[in-house]
Design a protein around this ligand. Structure first.
Ligand SMILES: NC(=O)c1ccc[n+]([C@@H]2O[C@H](COP(=O)([O-])OP(=O)(O)OC[C@H]3O[C@@H](n4cnc5c(N)ncnc54)[C@H](O)[C@@H]3O)[C@@H](O)[C@H]2O)c1
Length: 256
């Protein structure tokens, strides 16, 4: 049976770890040719080797999504290699917590630069090629924290909520070009990014895990593969009548 992304070319950012890496594995298994983008060159190289070993067509691009020339180069490399681009999964993100009166402005700016401007830059350079390729799907990784607050999350929550606004506007601008634009709102997912918050919250990783699990309706933390399956849904024709939307995959956290 043909994979859900057979014949498609996808670019995934933040691909070296967590949700991005799980999505790279799933998209490749579903037949996509891939460009994997991350700042972490070493982890990227290991993943590329793994995917090539299972027969995938994949290239990598070491790029900081906050730098326009680096994003443009990753998109150009995709077109040079594969000739088309159908799916942009702008997933790279960082989390730094801090109270507004105390946090370094550099930290606020960096969160915005990676999480919001980075996603915008990816869309800016990818959309013309997706249009030329006959249309496709743009997916932003927002967060459940686009919808609810979290301690010390003024910058992070703002960056993710802004992605939902950008999703809606881009959906209006590019629908006639057959480009769908949606956001994914994961809840707590077992990746390095999640655990990086524990120290600021004054907890060990085990304490933080127990605290999340105790409040999570499904009684557990999510796995990156569970978010990858939602990303596949948004990337593929299974979501063909969906645009401008936010898909929440959070174990019920925001149902509370
Ligand atoms: N893990 C969670 O609980 C959770 C919840 C909601 C949303 N998210 C979002 O999911 C996305 C993926 O995060 P994850 O949980 O898989 O974390 P992760 O730390 O495992 O992976 C993030 C990847 O992004 C890369 N990256 C960071 N800054 C970059 C930059 N400037 N340019 C290119 N690559 C960069 C990192 O090197 C890393 O490989 C992020 O946008 C994050 O905000 C995560």
């Amino acid at each position: 049976m043909a994979g859900k992304l057979e014949g498609k070319v996808a670019l995934i950012t933040g691909a070296a770890s967590g949700i991005g890496a799980a999505s790279a594995r799933l998209f490749a298994a579903e037949g996509a040719r891939l460009t994997l983008v991350d700042v972490n060159h070493r982890a990227l190289a290991t993943l590329v080797e793994e995917l090539e070993g299972s027969g995938a067509q994949v290239i990598s691009s070491q790029a900081d999504v906050a730098v326009p020339t680096e994003v443009a180069a990753a998109v150009d490399a995709t077109i040079a290699k594969f000739g088309h681009l159908h799916v942009l999964f702008a997933n790279a993100g960082i989390s730094r917590r801090g109270l507004a009166p105390e946090m370094l402005l550099e930290d606020f700016d960096r969160i915005m630069a990676v999480n919001l401007r980075g996603a915008f830059l990816c869309a800016r350079y990818a959309i013309p090629y997706i249009a030329r390729s006959g249309g496709g799907s743009v997916i932003f990784t927002a967060s459940e924290l686009a919808l609810v607050g979290s301690p010390g999350g003024a910058a992070y929550c703002a960056s993710k909520a802004a992605l939902l606004g950008m999703t809606r506007a881009l959906a209006l601008d590019h629908g006639k070009q057959r480009i769908r634009v949606n956001s994914l709102c994961p809840g707590a997912v077992d990746t390095p990014l999640l655990w990086s918050s524990a120290e600021w919250l004054g907890m060990s990783i085990d304490e933080y895990r127990a605290e999340i699990v105790s409040r999570m309706p499904l009684g557990r933390i999510g796995q990156p593969e569970e978010i990858a399956r939602a990303a596949l849904f948004l990337a593929s024709d299974d979501s063909s009548f969906m645009t401008g939307a936010a898909l929440v995959v959070d174990g019920g956290w925001t149902a509370r």
